[in-house]
Design a protein around this ligand. Structure first.
Ligand SMILES: [Fe+2]
Length: 113
């Protein structure tokens, strides 16, 4: 089984609560803001028994280089799966995000820069 076979995305059942939504807004000083939110449409449960455990954000440059931009672990019931980054996006073509639900597995999304 290929790694991509275990990733769930915008076409998968339960997508509204699990797919990381990526939003990019123009910033100042050469850095833009990337927001990644899980459960934007419908909030995901946030309990010890069922929660989003972590998010990761990657950028892919025009030459194919992959850059790990951020990783965040969440404490269920205390922190919500939403992060915001300041990123210099020059040279990046695509931003990917993955999120992990302790029950429903690994989810992904991407946006072109
Ligand atoms: Fe879940």
């Amino acid at each position: 089984m290929a790694f991509s076979d275990i990733l769930k995305n915008k076409d998968s059942e339960g997508k509204e609560k699990h797919v990381p939504v990526i939003e990019i807004s123009a910033g100042s000083g050469g850095a833009d803001t990337i927001s990644v939110i899980v459960g934007k449409e419908i909030a995901h449960p946030n309990t010890v028994e069922h929660h989003i455990a972590w998010l990761e954000v990657y950028g892919v440059k025009g030459d194919g280089q992959v850059v790990s931009l951020a990783k965040a672990d969440f404490a269920p019931a205390y922190t919500s799966p939403k992060i915001q980054l300041k990123v210099v996006l020059d040279g990046f073509e695509t931003i990917y995000a993955t999120s992990y639900c302790n029950i429903h597995g690994l989810w992904e999304n991407s946006v072109k820069v």
